[in-house]
Design a protein around this ligand. Structure first.
Ligand SMILES: [Zn+2]
Length: 490
């Protein structure tokens, strides 16, 4: 392990040894176990010696309702597998049941995920660390009053709200293969948070994230969407990520950054359709880190769990500025990483449907939008509200690093062993599980931080109708041309 002295940062890492025991149910692609695998791998690389490890506090209902509605959080706190039948109506209302199942300890799971991101934000606000990592967070689809895409509580929105107490402008970047719709929606009408999401678009969950969705009201031009096609590889990704983030940094000038590192954009993901390697994915972390801004890294999607743990371990090493060997160290889950037992992975031979022309057109269009921003947005001086976590306790337990090994004894195995396995990721012949995890095209509700709808029902119907008309009368625009470039997606 060698150190690059110029990129050394104080890194805090949030992890609860219970997180890997939460279980969405048999066959469900979301496996919190991947966070424990990541933790175990990075411990065995010795990375724990270079950072402060914290057990996050359990976020309280009061903390969660800084974004979520009271009745939704009350529901999450009450619902259990054994009382579900009494909650039929609310389950429908809050979209809990199918993709977002009720499982044992669901509320606690949300508390830990959110607790880590809020604590990370408080730590950055205090300038007690430069980089904070919460692989248990990144649940970007959760809405104010609705679960979505395996996400119930939006830890990212809660973390950003905390950062906004000290930071006038916060940049959110999302490299999950899915659109970061929950975060975008929360900040759609504000100019204090810019959301930038790179994602597969077209016949894909959650159906939002069109190039033309740019924010509304004061937030116009502060939402940036990069709609991509199947097969994005490292080279194409860098060619779009670097210029866009550079331009965003230059024009928006944030004082803190949150990066959602969803690992379902990796090659061979069970639900994803991109072709990124661990190195290509990690380059985004490296690039953002170079700006030397208070930096929060969170997890997100990622359904081929051996690759999720590879990517997040590597990205932890990038945050720390240390190089780690490609040869994996022995770890509790070593057999998952066969046959090669290496950290880095190779891309597949899938076709990249993102042509250089397509990517150029997107880039040009987004640059035009970014030019509309005032160069340095005005700074308003405000009284700083109280921190979410009080000063003495910090709301977190610092973990004695050497007490952490071995993890195995701490982990209660309450889940059948075979469920930990990655084998169902492949199915027969590399089949992807397409069951219910598909896109639902949903109308955009233009909600602000305060959750008030900017658009009424009628407005949404109109929007949908005009979208339909546009397609039917065959009107051609730059954007339609962009759409045609790569043809229909499966
Ligand atoms: Zn995702």
């Amino acid at each position: 392990m060698t150190t690059q002295p110029h990129s050394r940062k104080r890194v805090c890492y949030y992890y609860d040894s219970d997180i890997g025991n939460y279980y969405y149910g048999q066959g469900h692609p979301m496996k919190p176990h991947r966070i424990r695998m990541t933790h175990n791998l990075l411990l065995n690389y010795g990375l724990y010696r270079k950072m402060e490890i914290y057990r996050p506090h359990k976020a309280t209902a009061e903390e969660m309702t800084k974004f979520h509605s009271d009745d939704y959080i009350r529901f999450l706190r009450s619902i259990r597998p054994d009382n579900m039948s009494e909650y039929n109506k609310q389950m429908q209302r809050f979209n809990v049941g199918e993709d977002c199942p009720v499982f044992d300890g669901l509320y606690e799971f949300c508390q830990l995920s959110a607790g880590g991101s809020v604590a990370a934000a408080v730590k950055l606000n205090k300038q007690a660390s430069e980089i904070c990592i919460n692989w248990g967070g990144g649940l970007h689809h959760a809405k104010k009053s609705e679960a979505s895409g395996f996400c119930y509580v939006n830890d990212i929105v809660l973390g950003i709200l905390e950062l906004l107490k000290y930071h006038q402008r916060v940049l959110y970047i999302d490299i999950d293969v899915h659109h970061g719709d929950g975060v975008e929606e929360a900040f759609y009408t504000t100019d204090r948070v810019m959301t930038v999401s790179f994602h597969k678009y077209g016949e894909y969950f959650p159906g939002t994230g069109d190039l033309r969705d740019i924010g509304a009201g004061k937030g116009k031009y502060y939402a940036v969407n990069i709609p991509l096609r199947d097969g994005m590889d490292d080279e194409s990704y860098e060619k779009i990520f670097v210029p866009i983030i550079s331009k965003v940094m230059e024009t928006f000038q944030p004082s803190a950054v949150v990066l959602q590192c969803g690992a379902d954009s990796l090659t061979g993901d069970r639900l994803g359709c991109f072709n990124l390697t661990v190195r290509g994915h990690g380059k985004c972390v490296e690039f953002v880190k170079k700006y030397n801004l208070p930096f929060m890294m969170v997890g997100g999607g990622g359904y081929t769990i051996r690759n999720v743990s590879r990517a997040w371990t590597y990205e932890t090493s990038v945050a720390l500025g240390v190089e780690i060997a490609n040869e994996l160290p022995y770890n509790d889950y070593f057999e998952y990483f066969g046959p090669d037992f290496k950290l880095h992975i190779s891309p597949s031979n899938m076709a990249n449907q993102n042509t250089p022309e397509y990517l150029d057109k997107i880039k040009t269009r987004l640059f035009e939008n970014l030019r509309m921003l005032p160069h340095a947005p005005g700074v308003q001086v405000q009284a700083i509200p109280e921190d979410a976590i009080n000063e003495e306790s910090d709301g977190e337990d610092k973990v004695d690093k050497d007490d952490r090994l071995p993890q195995k004894d701490l982990d209660k195995r309450i889940v059948p062993e075979n469920e930990f396995s990655d084998s169902e990721d492949e199915g027969e012949g590399g089949r992807r599980d397409n069951r219910t995890y598909k896109g639902r095209k949903r109308p955009r509700l233009e909600k602000g931080i305060d959750g008030k709808d900017a658009a009424g029902d009628d407005k949404i119907k109109e929007e949908l109708k005009s979208e339909k008309d546009e397609k039917e009368d065959g009107k051609s625009s730059t954007i339609d041309d962009l759409k045609k470039d790569t043809g229909p997606t499966p």
